[in-house]
Design a protein around this ligand. Sequence first.
Ligand code: GDP
Length: 138
Amino acid sequence: MNNSTFTMIKPDATSKGYTGAILDMMVKAGFSIKAMKWIKLSAAQAGEFYAVHKERPFYGELVEFMSSGPIVAAILEKENAVADFRTLIGATNPANAEEGTIRKAYAASIGENAVHGSDSDENAQIEGSFFFSGLERF
Ligand code: GDP
């Protein structure tokens, strides 16, 4: 169960041309790609994905941002994937992100922070299934 996680490269990063560099950091950190797609979410789809944050003051901004342009969605595999990937992406606010993390290198702000990474094994499963069917995983 704990060998896969779900990620998105967010619209700020795809629009700035960081997609390739961010994928390279993931692969070099030992993650392998189980599923991947280039897709643009509708506001309704972004709202559903982030429904857990519905009561937070930034929910509207988050939904608008996540549906503003294309993203890369992917399922990644590695031992201890969820925790190791959270370490690789760094703190939610890039101002607090460690050197060598994806958000330190590529995130602009706490809202537009370049990448998503699941926060638990359970959410990794739920989020991966939001985007991918069994036929799309290899
Ligand atoms: P994560 O697990 O590190 O992505 O952080 P959270 O689960 O706390 O928040 C989910 C996402 O909501 C973050 O990655 C940001 O894109 C966004 N977010 C979190 N806090 C804020 C905030 O204070 N303002 C805005 N605009 N967006 C936020």
